[in-house]
Write a new protein. Sequence first.
Length: 147
Amino acid sequence: MIDYHGLGGLDVLQGLLDGSVEAVTGLHETLNIRLTAVEPGRCTFEGSPTQAHRNPHGTIHGGWTASMLDGCMGLAVFSMQDADRASATATLEIKILRPLRIGEPYACRAAVTHSGRTLAHAEAALRDANGKLVATGTSTYAVFPRG
């Protein structure tokens, strides 16, 4: 488990944004997703699916959409965690309302609706460049001692 030198979740995420904290995974690069804003209990991602994110039918794989939603909600929850707490996805529900297109920009905004000692809940909306809703998500996160 990564300790981020005793930083709370919000401090880690603000450090990722300003470059003072190094990302520990390349997952967001692989998915072409980036964190663009964070505040306590809220997070924003932006990203564009690429050819690599197509399924065998030639459309964007639902896993890309799920990762965008879950990642954004998960970091919104993380932003509420003290330095001694961590969280992990326990349940995830997504609804894809419109097809996503290769190379199109999308923005995801997530908000924590409950943050407790052992469970947290968040909701997210994924929108296209015109502001149209393309997918929604809700998730529950297990919260536990870090390390």
